[in-house]
Design a protein around this ligand. Structure first.
Ligand SMILES: *Cc1c(COP(=O)(O)O)cnc(C)c1O
Length: 235
């Protein structure tokens, strides 16, 4: 085992312990919480180390980087997640490579995903991104736009919505993050009552390296962890 492998394996172990402790505090089973390893800062080699350490759910925020790594690591049996903004012209190349798109943030993109899904004879799985912080630089539906986005989703035959994704405010630390995550969960609970057939809101993709414990306490089912996996590694 190389030093890099050893450090990454230790980091994974430590993160899994923290997930288990937070799940325990929340009265939840850690088995219901998936971790997507976000590799956007990592080289192809460092990314391969994650896969060799047993992490097979990997995420990228830029479509081109996802294409590149998915191609370079096609022998590793990885499920790729796109967690960043997707432009419509990048939909055709992304669909065949991606397992779940966390960042569906506008109606035209939904329409394009369904259209291209039908052309490629597949159903695209995704989450609706919520701009919970209200930051104008961030992507995502504003909370008041979500109900109509969900209505629209029901009409796209080759797009399957499984839940919501959000990022906490950049500032304010973990207390603000926890409030943001609670707000997403409440929004989800409210919308789930009237969700049309074919739209599920069961998944909540919340929490990154700095705030995944707060996300677990507020009901996250998917965590997106990047930096914490590479602590102490040059990558
Ligand atoms: C980079 C990124 C992450 C991971 O962030 P870390 O702080 O490195 O854990 C999660 N989600 C999205 C959308 C990202 O862009």
């Amino acid at each position: 085992m190389t030093d890099v492998q050893r450090i990454i394996a230790q980091n994974i172990g430590r993160i899994r312990e923290r997930i288990a402790e937070a799940a325990n505090r929340a009265g939840r089973s850690a088995a219901n919480i998936r971790m997507v390893a976000v590799t956007k800062y990592a080289s192809v080699d460092a990314t391969r180390q994650l896969a060799l350490s047993g992490l097979k759910e990997l995420g990228e925020s830029r479509p081109q980087q996802l294409w590149e790594k998915a191609t370079a690591l096609s022998d590793e049996n990885i499920h790729w997640h796109l967690v960043g903004h997707l432009q419509r012209n990048k939909v055709p190349r992304t669909i065949p490579l991606v397992h779940l798109i966390h960042s569906i943030d506008n109606l035209k993109l939904m329409e394009q995903l369904s259209y291209e899904g039908s052309k490629q004879n597949t159903t695209v799985a995704g989450l609706l991104e919520v701009n919970i912080s209200g930051d104008k630089e961030k992507h995502g539906f504003y909370p008041k736009e979500l109900a109509s986005a969900i209505e629209a989703a029901a009409n796209f035959s080759h797009l399957e919505i499984h839940g919501l994704m959000a990022m906490a405010h950049r500032e304010g630390g973990i207390e603000v993050a926890r409030k943001d995550f609670a707000a997403v969960r409440e929004l989800r609970d409210r919308l789930a009552n009237n969700a049309p057939d074919g739209v599920s809101l069961s998944e909540l993709s919340l929490g990154m390296s700095g705030d995944f414990e707060e996300a677990i306490l507020e009901g996250a089912t998917i965590l997106r962890v990047g930096r914490a996996l590479f602590d102490g590694v040059e990558y």
